[in-house]
Design a protein around this ligand. Structure first.
Ligand SMILES: [Zn+2]
Length: 208
């Protein structure tokens, strides 16, 4: 389950999640409006963060929300907030599963016309997060190597460029663990592109 939640997390950032507005932009003749609320085009950000049922999940979850701060109209802002800015609280580790179960609830509505209770989504996410953490402890690991919430807590205080690079390395490691050996990573950070293509010019980052 963690692998799926992580994959959705990455796919949503990389634009690989199929929602109404995105499918229409690829030429498919479908209604781009959100099927759950009908109030806006169904973008990934709308589906995960701004659609009223999704907003309700975030509002009822332990993840702090604040007007004009989170959730916002920007997908990258929202994902970055979850990745880097959550308080140091064990319960924050549930956010990848919240994303996953919000996505599942959207599919249940689109394909089966089933409405999901927001509290059920939160409870499922919380129990999956606990099960994952327990499994890591049982194996004798700290669980830091694959959990973005834990990872981000350990890496506070690093520069934005280091953060970009850390996120790229983490995404690559996730793909490797899933035996995905041919993946295209896209970034809007030109320094990371230069770093990968000419690592000899960036000796301070040789540790990566
Ligand atoms: Zn909606």
């Amino acid at each position: 389950m963690y692998a799926e939640a992580t994959t959705l997390h990455l796919a949503s950032v990389n634009g690989c999640v199929s929602v109404g507005a995105r499918l229409q932009s690829r030429g498919l003749q479908i209604d781009p409006q959100c099927v759950r609320c009908g109030m806006a085009p169904e973008t990934v950000n709308h589906m995960l963060f701004e659609c009223p049922p999704a907003l309700q999940v975030w509002a009822l979850s332990p993840i702090p929300t604040a007007l004009d701060h989170f959730p916002t109209g920007g997908l990258f802002t929202n994902i970055a907030h979850l990745f880097w800015n959550l308080p140091n609280d064990e319960r924050m580790g549930m956010y990848p599963w919240l994303l996953w179960f919000i996505w599942k609830a959207r599919n249940d509505k689109v394909f089966s016309n089933d409405d999901s209770d927001p509290n059920d989504i939160i409870n499922h996410a919380a129990s999956e997060a606990v099960a994952w953490r327990t499994a890591q402890e049982t194996r004798g690991h700290t669980g830091l190597e694959g959990n973005p919430a834990e990872l981000s807590r350990q890496r506070r205080g690093i520069s934005p460029l280091q953060a970009e690079l850390e996120a790229l390395v983490w995404a690559m490691q996730c793909m490797l663990r899933q035996k995905k050996l041919t993946i295209v990573f896209e970034t809007d950070c030109s320094d990371v592109v230069k770093m990968v293509s000419k690592p000899e010019e960036w000796p301070a980052f040789a540790q990566y």
